[in-house]
Design a protein around this ligand. Sequence first.
Ligand SMILES: [Zn+2]
Ligand SMILES: [Zn+2]
Ligand SMILES: [Zn+2]
Length: 67
Amino acid sequence: MNHPSVPQRDTAEHLPCHHCGEAYEPADQARHTEPVHCGPCITCVGKPACFSCRLMYCVCDVHRYRG
Ligand SMILES: [Zn+2]
Ligand SMILES: [Zn+2]
Ligand SMILES: [Zn+2]
């Protein structure tokens, strides 16, 4: 009986971000987890820097969606 080879999951590293969906390196963790108090836009206030606000009128430099 052959067991199918299951790829090892190292869950401690490269967790996909809740906000942008990217698997990030520990060095990038702050960008994905630290809340940014950005300003008047209530949609994205308190979101980390990696979050892209889809609101058309978002004025945040950090969150404004650059598509
Ligand atoms: Zn992220
Ligand atoms: Zn914002
Ligand atoms: Zn916004």
